[in-house]
Design a protein around this ligand. Structure first.
Ligand code: ADP
Ligand code: MG
Length: 419
C-alpha cells in the first residue's frame, strides 16, 4: 500500500517510477531503420462521431500526421490500422473505416491512399505487395475480428506478415493487450513509437515524475471506478485533488451527506473513506464541493437550484458545482504551478449545467496555468467552449493517461524494441 511508503518531511511520497520511465529505453521513430520499408502503424482513429456519422473531433487523426509524413519521406509503404467503436467481433457497417478514409485523404491530398476491406489474409497481402513507396493503405476495423481483443496469435501473425517494421501511434489504446497493439510485436523484429506517443508520454510522465509544485489534480466525470483507482497513486504526490462532476457524490455519501438521486458508486464507499484518511496523513489535500447545482430530473428538468451540500434532499440530482465551490477551486488553481484535469465538473453537454466546467477552464486559460487535459469528455468540453488551442496539452487517451499516472509502463509500449 502506497501510504506506508516513506514520506519526506513535507509529506511527499517518493514513488518508484522506474516502470513508467522505461519508455525512454524504447525505440522512437528516429531510432528505427525505416528507409524503403513496409511499416505497419497502429493508430487510434477511434474518433467521436455524431448521429449522422460525421466526425465531430478529428484530433486523433490530425495528431498522427507528422509521423505519417515522416514515414513517407523515408520512402516507406505505410499500412495503417485502427479500431473504431465497439463492433464486438463482427462486421458493423456503421463502424467501417470509410469515413476515416475520406478524412485521411483530405489531410494527405498528395498521397495515394487505399482502403482494404479486411485486416489479414491473401487479398490484403496482395494489396500490400502492389503498394508503392510513399503510398498508404488503411486496413479495415480490426475489432470486426474477435481475435483482435483476444490477442490471438494467428491474427497477430497475419498482421505481422504485412510489414517489416511496426510503429505505434495509438496512445489511447496502448493500455490494451490486443493483437494489433501488443501481440503483433512478438512477430516483428523492429518496432518503436511515433511522435504522438512520444509527446503524450513526455508530458504526462514529467508531470508525475518531476511536478512543479503545487501540483493540483482535478477529478470529475462519471467513470468513478477508473478515476478512483488513480487517486491512491496521487496521494502523497499531488498537493491538491479537487473532486467534482459525478465523482463528487460518492465522496459526499462516504462522508455521510445525503446525495438524493445523484450518480454514485456504492461499491467504492469504503475505498473512498480510506483514501480520505490516507490523504490526511500525507501532503495531499482532497477538496469536495461545498455547494452544488441540483435539478429534479436530468432529462427534462423543471427545477434547477443551488444548494449547500448539507441541503441535498432525496429528490435532487447533483449536476454541477455551486458558485462558492467554483471560487474555492479557482483560488487553489491560481496558486498551482501544474494542473492535471480528468473528467468534466458537471453535465457540461447541457448549457444549464456547464458553468463549473466552463468557469474553471476559463480561469486556467486566463491565468496561463500549465494544464494537461486527459479524458475524452474533458477534451470534448474544451472543444465545445472553443478552448482547445489555448490549453497546454490535451491528451488523446483518457484511460491510457490514467494508467501512465499510476506509474505503469503501458503494454503497447513495453512490447517495443529496446534502443
Ligand atoms: P472523461 O471522458 O473526461 O474521462 P468521464 O467519461 O468519466 O470523463 O465522464 C464524462 C461525463 O460525466 C460527461 O458526459 C458528463 O456529462 C458526466 N457528468 C459530469 N458531472 C456529472 C454529474 N454530476 N452527474 C452525472 N454525470 C455527470
Ligand atoms: Mg469519457
Amino acid at each position: 500500500m502506497l501510504v506506508s511508503e516513506p514520506k519526506d518531511n513535507a509529506g511527499y511520497i517518493k514513488r518508484d517510477l522506474t516502470d513508467m520511465l522505461k519508455f525512454r529505453d524504447k525505440k522512437s521513430l528516429t531510432d528505427l531503420d525505416l528507409r524503403n520499408k513496409r511499416v505497419l502503424v497502429r493508430v487510434d482513429f477511434n474518433v467521436p462521431m455524431n448521429e449522422h456519422g460525421n466526425i465531430t473531433d478529428a484530433r486523433r487523426i490530425r495528431y498522427t500526421l507528422p509521423t505519417i509524413h515522416y514515414l513517407l519521406n523515408e520512402n516507406c509503404r505505410v499500412i495503417l490500422i485502427s479500431h473504431l467503436g465497439r463492433p464486438k467481433g463482427k462486421v458493423v457497417d456503421s463502424l467501417k473505416m470509410d469515413t476515416i478514409y475520406k478524412r485521411l485523404k483530405e489531410y494527405c491530398p498528395l498521397s495515394n491512399i487505399y482502403l482494404a476491406d479486411e485486416c489479414i489474409g491473401s487479398s490484403v497481402e496482395k494489396m500490400v505487395k502492389k503498394l508503392k513507396a510513399r503510398e498508404i493503405l488503411l486496413l479495415e476495423n480490426p475489432r470486426f475480428y474477435p481475435e483482435e481483443r483476444e490477442n490471438d496469435v494467428d491474427f497477430a501473425k497475419g498482421l505481422a506478415r504485412l510489414a517489416d517494421v511496426y510503429v505505434t501511434e495509438a496512445f489511447a489504446t496502448a493500455h490494451r493487450r490486443h493483437a494489433s497493439t501488443y501481440g503483433v510485436c512478438d512477430h516483428i523484429e523492429e518496432k518503436g513509437y511515433g511522435f504522438l506517443v512520444e509527446k503524450e508520454m513526455k508530458f504526462i510522465s514529467n508531470c508525475i515524475a518531476k511536478p512543479k509544485r503545487p501540483l493540483t489534480v482535478i477529478l470529475g466525470g462519471k467513470k468513478v471506478e477508473d478515476k478512483l483507482d488513480v487517486i491512491k497513486y496521487l496521494i502523497g504526490v499531488a498537493d491538491n485533488i479537487l473532486i467534482g462532476g459525478g465523482m463528487a457524490y460518492t465522496f459526499l455519501l462516504a462522508k455521510g451527506y445525503s446525495i438524493g438521486k445523484s450518480v454514485r458508486d456504492l461499491s467504492k464507499l469504503e475505498d473512498v473513506r480510506q483514501y480520505m484518511k490516507n490523504a490526511e496523513a500525507s501532503c495531499t489535500r482532497i477538496y469536495l464541493p461545498r455547494d452544488v447545482v441540483v435539478c429534479d430530473e436530468l432529462e427534462y428538468p423543471s427545477k434547477i437550484e443551488q444548494v449547500p451540500i448539507t441541503e441535498i434532499n432525496e429528490n435532487h440530482v447533483g449536476v454541477d458545482l455551486g458558485d462558492e465551490t467554483i471560487e474555492v477551486y479557482k483560488d487553489i488553481l491560481s496558486k498551482s504551478q501544474q494542473v492535471i484535469w480528468q473528467g468534466p465538473l458537471g453535465v457540461f453537454e447541457r448549457q444549464e449545467f456547464e458553468k463549473g466546467t466552463k468557469e474553471i477552464a476559463t480561469h486556467l486559460i486566463e491565468n496561463k496555468i500549465y494544464t494537461i487535459i486527459g479524458g475524452g469528455d474533458s477534451a470534448a468540453a474544451f472543444e465545445k467552449f472553443g478552448f482547445q488551442d489555448d490549453v497546454s496539452f490535451i491528451s488523446t487517451g483518457g484511460g491510457a493517461s490514467l494508467e501512465v499516472m499510476k506509474g505503469t509502463l503501458l503494454p503497447g509500449i513495453e512490447c517495443l524494441s529496446d534502443k
